[in-house]
Design a protein around this ligand. Structure first.
Ligand code: C5P
Length: 215
């Protein structure tokens, strides 16, 4: 039983004007199943911070956000009291520098949209992690996947990194199934391709192992 579990899920949506936005293909399935599994195992109260998605779990404290900046504020508010933090959200790396309050008019053949980097929420909370807190991140890589993932594990001070290899055989974001690797500072384990529901259960097994508690 954990005192409090924090899960982020879904995409973030970064508005450009009243009708347009930047986002990604995250369905929120993995985050949803992580929350549902934590509830059905009775692992502790769950705060679920989610970008716009159709999949919202029951029996959680739900915080709905749109942008990366809103997600950051919500995570910082709940982070300190959380014993396990699972960052499954696909946070948009960039947002438009400017928000155009009127719908942008169709104009020239080419236009330029200037983007600015969003805060890296996981990096920030990794730096603030205290003893006893377990921090889990996700990564989606297409090249040099282990080198990049290992760097991320260290840079973000993670206890566990769920690594998706994005390829034609494993689109990861959109599908029902996923094949991942579980990276810990002391090693890597390849999981077979499985449903996102089963994957959520395997991730909780691993977290229980990290916490030294039975799953
Ligand atoms: O560095 P990268 O974006 O690949 O890291 C992915 C992990 O970091 C995920 O766990 C995601 O939830 C988190 N993340 C974040 N804030 C960002 C970008 C990613 O918390 N701006």
């Amino acid at each position: 039983m954990f005192r409090k579990i924090l899960i982020t899920s879904g995409p973030t949506v970064e508005p450009i004007d009243p009708v347009r936005f930047l986002s990604n293909r995250s369905s929120g399935k993995t985050g949803y199943h992580l929350a549902a599994e934590a509830r059905s195992r009775g692992l502790g109260p769950v705060t679920f911070i989610s970008g716009p998605t159709a999949l919202l779990p029951d029996e959680v404290e739900l915080v709905q956000v749109e942008t990366a900046q809103e997600m950051r504020a919500a995570v910082l508010e709940h982070f300190r009291r959380s014993e396990v933090i699972v960052m499954a959200a696909a946070v948009s790396d960039y947002r438009s520098v400017k928000y155009y309050p009127e719908k942008m008019k169709k104009g020239g053949e080419r236009i330029t949209l200037e983007l600015v980097k969003n805060p890296d929420i996981l990096l920030e909370i990794g730096a603030r992690k205290r003893k006893g807190q377990i921090l889990v991140g996700f990564a989606a890589e297409t090249e040099d996947i282990f080198v990049n993932a290992q760097k991320k594990l260290l840079a973000k001070n993670l206890d566990l990194l769920v690594l998706n290899e994005i390829s034609e055989a494993n689109p990861a974001f959109a599908g029902e199934d996923n094949q991942v690797f579980l990276l810990r500072p002391d090693g890597v384990r390849r999981l077979e391709k499985m449903s996102k529901e089963r994957l959520a259960a395997r991730i909780w097994d691993e977290i229980a192992r990290l916490a030294g508690r039975p799953a």
